[in-house]
Ligand binder design. Structure first.
Ligand code: FAD
Ligand code: MLT
Ligand code: ZN
Length: 482
């Protein structure tokens, strides 16, 4: 621990007690490695404030002492954004103790949740009140509101309700100097210039620490229909989506996975069964939701829309969940993909988007191009087809040593994939953010004006660079000494 860190830790201990400070390396250990196990950091203390005021006091002290802090929620991020630097130069700032839902109003369709509220808990609370918080993802049992806001998370319900950005009506945050930005009021109209709330959404903890957010709720679910469909190709899957969308606005999810990914989930996750009896090259999971009793039951709606698709051969096989338990079983497959991918061995992950209509071509041609360029690798693309966002993974050749392969091939392979994405007018980060994983690639592939603007914003709000150093954008470009 550096002397400055020691002074900060002592001050926090004295003012806020033992609950607010952990220095036991065993207790800190789970929080210095990311979920995928790709990034390993070090921190000699984990600070856990219990209120917005405590966060503000800690940031004021840290700013005075020049101590860097890494904000952290559930540590489920996919780009090493919550992993501290390996040299121990920063302390962890956990927001998990800020876990109150301060208000939930079904009348206004709004909830005010603190940063440490777990996504699953907010979803349950909204459901009990007859509403829904629609954003959903596989890490719902650990991911926190602060993390979801800070990464502008996506997930499987974006098709209908958008990413976190569109669900955030306001935020409360502590800025690097310890001042509190209270932007929780959900104003329908507010034209006071720069939108600080939206600036903090997706800022990955580099501009401020989110302490609470006002979140939009949507009408509760009366019934849902969940279908599993076998298709010949991503192109057919997208044609199917467009036909369904032309007939109804009830579809909330449209997810795609190749046969290889389904097999991997069955291999690695206990208790999973293939939904279809037939072998299919591509699989699609569709969810349609009814929010009022007068609507056509969504399972019936899906059957009505999928029957002609089956007859024409656009859909090659279909099963519509006959019960909630079966619907849940279908979703369990989808939400277990990351776990199965992690267990299956080394792979380079690319969370990418291209214009939706071009995604089928990109999945097939991009996959073939990467496999041809890097013999022995295998590409897998799955995810949120309806959003033009897939997780495009390049698996290591059989028997490859993981760390060596990442070190020797990682940058070249990811660079190759990202070049294909840029050529297709896409984004190298659709929903996971930049973190430390994609920082160099963001700089390489962005217009200098974009990086300069981001750097200027960072420098204005955090001139000392104490918030989440080494993530998203560095404070200043490396300067050569004259
Ligand atoms: P962390 O991992 O702790 O932090 C993420 C980033 O936010 C870091 O940069 C951190 O510094 C910052 N941060 C955290 N809390 C705060 C705060 N209060 N104030 C300021 N900065 C903060 N993501 C998707 O978008 N879509 C998916 O479908 C999806 N599926 C997933 C499935 C699985 C199984 C897993 C493990 C992850 C998945 N993710 C997905 C990624 C991850 O869940 C999201 O990025 C999520 O938003 C991270 O939340 P967290 O609380 O774990 O944040
Ligand atoms: C998903 O859609 O499952 C996630 O974003 C996680 C992943 O990249 O695997
Ligand atoms: Zn995803």
């Amino acid at each position: 621990m550096t002397p400055a860190q020691g002074i900060l830790v002592d001050a926090v201990l004295q003012r806020f007690g033992a609950k607010a400070v952990t220095t036991d390396p065993h207790a800190i250990a789970p929080w210095v490695t990311d979920w995928r196990g790709r990034y390993h950091g070090a921190a000699s203390a984990l600070l856990s404030p219990g209120s917005t005021e405590e966060v503000a006091a800690i940031l004021a002290l840290a700013s005075k002492a020049g101590v860097a802090l890494v904000p952290q929620g559930g540590n489920t991020g996919m780009v090493g954004g919550a992993t501290p630097p390996a040299d121990g130069s920063a302390l962890l700032l956990s927001l998990r103790r800020l876990n109150r839902i301060r208000a939930l109003s079904p009348e206004n369709n709004l909830a005010v949740a603190e940063a440490g509220v777990i996504l699953a808990d907010l979803r349950s609370a909204a459901e009990e009140a007859g509403r829904r918080f629609p954003l959903d993802l596989g890490a719902r049992g650990s991911a926190t509101i602060g993390g979801l806001v800070s990464t502008n998370a996506g997930g499987t319900q974006v098709l209908r309700f958008g990413t976190m950005r569109s669900l955030v009506a306001g935020v409360e945050a502590v800025l690097p100097d310890g001042s509190i930005h209270n932007g929780l009021a959900a104003l329908k109209k507010d034209n006071r210039g720069y939108d600080l709330t939206q600036l903090l959404v997706g800022a990955e903890g580099t501009l401020g620490v989110i302490t609470a957010a006002t979140l939009r709720l949507v009408p509760g679910m009366v019934a849902r229909g969940v279908a599993w469909v076998g298709v010949a190709s991503p192109r057919d899957a997208l044609t199917l989506l467009r036909r369904i969308e032309a007939a109804t606005s009830a579809v909330e999810s449209f997810e795609i996975l190749p046969a290889h990914t389904l097999a991997q989930v069955i291999d690695h996750v206990p208790g999973i069964r293939a939904p279809l009896d037939s072998e299919q090259p591509w699989h699609v999971l569709i969810e349609a939701v009814a929010t009022d009793v007068a609507s056509e039951p969504p399972a019936q709606l899906l059957e009505r829309l999928l029957t002609p698709a089956l007859e024409s051969g656009l859909a090659r096989d279909v099963v519509i969940a006959a019960s909630e338990a079966q619907a849940e079983a279908f979703w369990r497959i989808r939400h277990s993909i990351s776990e199965a991918e992690r267990a299956a061995g080394p792979a380079l992950q690319h969370d990418i988007s291209v214009p939706v209509e071009d995604m089928p071509r990109f999945m097939i041609e991009g996959g073939a191009a990467a496999e041809a360029r890097f013999p022995g690798t295998r590409t897998v693309a799955y995810g949120h087809l309806g959003d033009g966002n897939v997780h495009f993974h390049v698996r290591a050749p059989r028997g490859a040593d993981a760390e060596r392969w990442y070190a020797e091939e990682g940058a070249t392979i990811s660079g190759f994939v990202h070049d294909l994405v840029v050529a297709a007018n896409g984004s190298i980060s659709a929903e996971h953010g930049i973190g430390q994983m994609k920082r160099a690639e963001l700089e390489r592939l962005s217009a200098p004006s974009r990086i300069a603007a981001m750097r200027a914003i960072k420098g204005a709000l955090d001139p000392q660079g104490i918030l989440n150093p080494g993530k998203l954008v560095s404070l200043a470009p490396a300067r050569s000494t004259p």
